[in-house]
Design a protein around this ligand. Structure first.
Ligand SMILES: *Cc1c(COP(=O)(O)O)cnc(C)c1O
Length: 410
């Protein structure tokens, strides 16, 4: 009989650079691999598991809904969609608007891109969408092209036209990038894939001002930073608190489904924007199934009812304070918003040991060997994306493994 390793080699596309770890079971912030080795999972499926693995309220909602009704088409009305949309609008965004449900972050962003194109058509034939260096918006053609990173585009041209890239957090450059064809600005309030880089409050305010002046849509990709990851249900409020920022569109995925595929986007009711995508303009077969929405409701209810944003803020700050106090030679900077934590590595010092591997990839491997999962973010940063409900003891455990691995490498 062939092993799973052999089957993987033979039948899976080689598009992922995988670590040779085979998780088979998870509970809370821990997973176990097929050899029984235990890991502290602070990768969280790349920000997908805000409640850790197999959280009881989600498992309950999933199994109950699976025994009741898994799927019906969007030809019919789905009560769980209506309730999940209510939670998103009233309890997460707090600004009147309407939601659409899909299955992933890329799809949610595609929806925002279509919204922008449609709006541009209706307002003088504008179509350019400005996005930012270091961004990540997904792997479909629109989302990939919106992603302002060469390495993501490589070899797939011609890419769809109408995307303009500007340097992140540079107000003058953003202003200069706007033309009479511009219709929208799309950004992640906290860039995840490029290393936990937050937008500055001044830049976010300037982007909103320019949007209002020039009738552009302000679109926020909260796929990674939303739902408490950065310490607030709405990620941008961790940058500019309160209601000063009023986005026109928001995309979500990752944490919303605790690992069940679910994405969504929201459109502001302002000036009837949420009527832009009318009947027949957009859709998806699976999106917003009763099962997906039941899981989404259970996830968001738990984050809200257990006040996990507060926990994320407190634990995240304590972790960052502890890590900064090490003054470690291998850490250049700690960037932290809630439990969205990026450790920028001292690349020269690590490169000396990493045998040609990228420092972030190499360190993540060393941590796996020591029983901890983290996620690389670009070549020089590792991210902690722990569950939002970790205890002080979990945080200490993570810090202890992390420090001992860094000490060994130093
Ligand atoms: C992960 C991610 C996406 C893409 O989500 P998929 O579900 O992989 O399509 C888009 N935007 C951001 C900010 C992300 O982190």
């Amino acid at each position: 009989m062939r092993t799973s390793d052999q089957l993987m080699q033979e039948y899976l596309l080689p598009n992922y650079g995988r670590y040779n770890v085979w998780p088979v079971r998870g509970e809370g912030p821990y997973v176990w691999d097929r050899d029984g080795k235990k890991y502290l999972d602070f990768a969280g499926g790349v920000a997908v598991c805000p409640l850790g693995h197999c959280p009881p309220p989600v498992v309950k909602a999933l199994t109950e809904q699976a025994n009741t009704l898994i799927h019906v088409s969007n030809w019919y009305c789905i009560d769980k969609q209506a309730e999940l949309a209510r939670i998103l609008v009233e309890e997460c965004v707090g600004i009147p608007g309407k939601c659409f449900f899909c299955n992933s972050g890329a799809e949610a962003n595609e929806g925002l891109l279509k919204l922008a194109r449609k709006y541009g058509q209706q307002t003088g034939g504008r179509y350019e969408i400005i996005t930012f260096t270091g961004s990540f918006h997904g792997r479909t053609f629109g989302a990939m092209t919106a992603t302002a990173q060469e390495k993501i585009h490589g070899g797939f041209g011609p890419l769809p036209p109408g995307f303009v890239y500007a340097p992140f957090n540079d107000i003058a450059a953003l202003e200069a990038a706007i033309t009479d064809k511009t219709v929208a600005i799309l950004m992640e309030p906290v860039q995840g894939e490029s290393g936990v880089n937050a937008v500055t409050a001044e830049f976010l305010r300037a982007a909103q001002r320019l949007c209002r002046e020039k009738d552009l849509l302000l679109l926020l990709d909260e796929v990674q930073c939303g739902f408490g990851r950065a310490g607030e249900m709405a990620g941008w409020r961790s940058i500019v608190p309160g209601d000063e920022i009023q986005p026109d569109g928001i995309s979500w995925a990752k944490a919303i489904g605790s690992g069940f595929p679910l994405g969504s986007f929201w459109v502001n009711d302002r000036r009837d924007l949420s009527k832009t995508l009318g009947p027949g303009t957009h859709g998806t077969t699976y999106g917003g199934s009763p099962l997906a929405c039941a899981v989404g409701i259970a996830t968001l209810r738990t984050i809200l009812d257990e006040k996990l944003c507060d926990n994320a803020k407190a634990r995240g700050a304590a972790i960052a304070t502890a890590a900064c106090a090490w003054n470690h030679v291998l850490i250049k900077e700690v960037r932290q918003l809630g439990l969205f934590i990026g450790f920028e590595l001292n690349t020269e010092a690590i490169s000396a040991k990493s045998g040609g591997k990228l420092p972030s990839i190499f360190l993540a491997q060393q941590l796996l060997d020591a029983g901890m999962m983290v996620t690389p973010a670009g070549p020089n940063v590792v991210r902690w994306l722990s569950p939002l409900n970790i205890t002080e003891a979990h945080a200490k455990e993570g810090l202890s493994i992390f420090k001992s691995v860094l000490d060994q490498l130093a």
